[in-house]
Design a protein around this ligand. Structure first.
Ligand SMILES: Cc1cc2nc3c(=O)[nH]c(=O)nc-3n(C[C@H](O)[C@H](O)[C@H](O)COP(=O)(O)O)c2cc1C
Length: 219
């Protein structure tokens, strides 16, 4: 049995009366999970909708608590880290992580960054040792697969695309995944949402097809 951690991060829902108002990234991620469980019906899914339930931003007291050794942490510090502890436990349990995200201002939504800030944590998901020289961080966790599903209004964010250098979404998530133990990264994207034309329809069709192929490949 595999545990899958499914994280959605769009501010939009998927149950609007006007279908065009629904989140594309959440709809695609739900399709991935649906296909996955038909192939792997024993698997367990842990689900978080960060758009509907945003994690708290970290603060100075949170950082102090993280850097206080466990046996010296006060009750207040322990309680400040409860959310982080819980979210990290979910990452630890998961062999497969599915993250869906809209592109907002060429990067990830603040709620998803808040989640990463809560879960990428020293001595929990990575260690820091200056003896390693210029790259002192090393992940503690390993062997995870990350499927990243995104939706953008514009297009051309791929390598060699006309907006490659404006893409601070997929590359950012891929970089951070390493510190959650991700060793295999897959990206599926829908583009052109703002144009609402045939290119968008084709992009969406391709995304659904890529999901079907990827689920078969990984199952
Ligand atoms: C606040 C906001 C900022 C956005 N910024 C960008 C952007 O920088 N680049 C882009 O291509 N699309 C941008 N978009 C369009 C969204 O990426 C697009 O609507 C996408 O489908 C949203 O994902 P969702 O359908 O899962 O909610 C933005 C949309 C919003 C609401």
């Amino acid at each position: 049995m595999t545990t899958i951690l499914h994280i959605d991060s769009s501010a939009r829902r998927t149950d609007n009366s006007v279908q065009e108002h629904n989140s594309i990234s959440k709809t695609l991620a739900a399709y991935f999970i649906d296909k996955w469980v038909t192939f792997n019906d024993e698997d367990k899914v842990i689900y978080r909708d960060l758009g509907l339930n945003p994690p708290e931003f970290i603060c100075q007291d949170w950082i102090s608590a993280v850097f206080t050794p466990d046996d010296k942490k006060t009750d207040k510090q322990k309680s400040l880290l409860i959310l982080s502890d819980t979210l990290i436990e979910e990452v630890v349990k998961a062999e497969v992580i599915v993250i869906s995200s809209p592109m907002y201002n060429y990067g990830m939504p603040a709620v998803l960054k808040a989640w990463f800030d809560q879960v990428v944590r020293v001595n929990k998901t990575f260690t820091f040792d200056l003896a390693r020289g210029d790259f002192p961080l090393e992940p503690i966790l390993s062997g995870k697969k990350l499927i990243f599903i995104s939706s953008t209004g514009e297009f051309g964010f791929e390598i060699g695309g006309i907006r490659e250098n404006m893409n601070h979404l997929g590359p950012h998530v891929k970089t951070l995944g390493k510190y959650l133990g991700v060793e295999e990264f897959y990206e599926i994207k829908s583009e052109y949402q703002e144009y609402g034309d045939e290119r968008h329809e084709n992009s969406l069709d391709e995304a659904y097809l890529s999901i079907e192929k990827l689920v078969q490949q990984l199952s």
